[in-house]
Design a protein around this ligand. Structure first.
Ligand SMILES: [Zn+2]
Length: 440
């Protein structure tokens, strides 16, 4: 562990920052400053430094804030006659002075004109820590550990760094404490657990957040992490425990025209859906695929080429799912895992085993089928979806123009019944990302 930390430091040492000013004590005068770092720009309440100066003998006392070069940037006390033991309480609000390391200089000049100084360091820090994007190695893993390294630069010292784990859609899943940084750098051997649970297969975004001594937080850019391993795939038709949510899902993604119409309809309705696209269609429509992920929709695997899966050998089943997963990665740097929908709903224990082997923790069927592939009028489609949906329902539909046209009515109708249309990420919550068993 020590060796690993030493390696991290040589690679990630922060650029040389200006150093705090060394304290200077004097028998004639003393100066205390609290807190040692403060944030004049803090909201809702700015903070400031309180300075307590005690003269040990009689003379003339002057208190200034000075730079490392001894240049006064603020006057806290103009020359004032004091008696032995006299105490002065002063404040520095940092106004008009840039962030940086300074010192409070208390200067006592005696009757003979001899001056003695006490210097006490103080840091003005009105800026968020600047955090690098984490380096996570390896970038693809099954169970970890993943070595996460990041650095944070801050005047008052980044005292706490955390790994922020987000879904590929940018939803925060949780935070993991990182070791106390040394010279601004911290390194974590991360076991892929969030809240004690192992991350499911998929693509995740890692960020690092740093909190400094004055209470400011900085967050760095994201680094992608792919998690790929075999899991047990659970078949589901409906998720009653999801409460008043209903998942709208759209399959196949055959043509970019209806695909883009559907995205536009969902965007206007401010609703997220789920797209189970065949890999061959993702390859043919990469712009629509990228837009689907960028707009926050869940994606799931629907195989590469839509075969009857129970008729295929296990090796072919697995390559059908793996091909779909890999094209999503190469086109959109995203993953359909952990969601798999077998074409035609054609599934058995062997297909589920293949889905699990390729990282699909959920085999997602449906409890509401409005038969939109028969192209009913949008009004008919709306009526079927709204009347058949229950809390936790999963609605199977397809990427079709008349389905896109039915979206506004569907959303209004569901809401009128107290049901909220959502994506599978939203329906499942943390079960989209985290194993159920603590053992993972
Ligand atoms: Zn299909």
């Amino acid at each position: 562990m020590l060796a690993a930390v030493a390696v991290g430091l040589t690679l990630f040492a922060a650029p040389a920052a200006p150093l705090p000013i060394a304290p200077v004590t004097s028998a004639a005068v003393s100066a205390q400053v609290a807190p040692a770092a403060f944030d004049p720009e803090a909201t809702p309440q700015a903070n400031r430094a309180t300075v307590t100066v005690v003269a040990q003998s009689a003379g003339t006392l002057q208190v200034d804030v000075v730079t490392a070069g001894g240049i006064a940037v603020a006057s806290l006390l103009a020359p004032t006659a004091v008696v032995a033991g006299q105490e002065q309480t002063l404040t520095w609000d940092g106004a008009g002075v840039p962030d940086g390391h300074y010192a409070v200089r208390a200067r006592l000049t005696d009757a003979a004109g001899v001056a003695q100084d006490a210097l006490t360091p103080v840091t003005r820090d009105g800026a968020d820590p600047v955090v690098t994007a984490p380096a996570a190695t390896p970038a693809t893993t099954s169970r970890g550990p993943v070595r996460v390294r990041a650095s944070a630069e801050d005047l008052s010292g980044a005292v706490a760094m955390r790994l922020v784990v987000e879904s590929q859609l940018g939803v925060e899943i949780g935070r993991v404490r990182m070791p106390t940084p040394v010279d601004g750098a911290s390194e974590l051997a991360w076991n892929l657990r969030v809240k004690g649970r192992l991350l499911l297969p998929g693509v995740y975004r890692l960020r690092v957040a740093a909190d400094d001594a004055v209470g400011r937080r900085g967050t760095g850019d994201a680094q992608l992490l792919r998690v790929a391993r075999a899991v047990t795939s659970t078949q589901i038709y409906r998720l009653p425990e999801a409460g008043d949510k209903v998942a709208l899902t759209f399959d196949d993604c055959l043509d970019s025209g209806p695909w883009l119409q559907l995205l536009a309809a969902l965007r206007r309705a401010r609703v997220k859906g789920t797209f189970f696209c065949n890999g061959v269609n993702v390859r043919a429509n990469p712009d629509a695929a990228r837009r689907t992920v960028a707009e926050g929709h869940t994606i799931g695997s629907h195989t590469w080429a839509h075969p009857w899966m129970t008729k295929e050998a296990a090796g072919e089943q697995r390559s059908q799912i793996a091909g779909d997963r890999e094209i999503w990665w190469s086109v959109a740097k995203a993953s359909p895992a952990p969601f798999f929908r077998p074409p035609y709903g054609d599934v058995d224990a062997g297909v589920r085993a293949s889905a699990g082997a390729e990282g699909m923790a959920w085999t997602v069927l449906w409890d509401v089928d409005p038969s939109d592939y028969l192209k009913p009028a949008p009004g008919v489609l709306v009526e079927r979806v709204v009347s058949k949906s229950r809390p936790g329902s999963i609605v199977v539909m397809h990427v079709e123009a008349n389905t896109a046209a039915a979206v506004p009515g569907m959303v209004r109708g569901l809401r009128a019944r107290g049901l909220e249309p959502v994506s599978l990420d939203e329906l499942f919550g943390t079960a989209s990302y985290l194993s159920r068993a603590r053992r993972g």
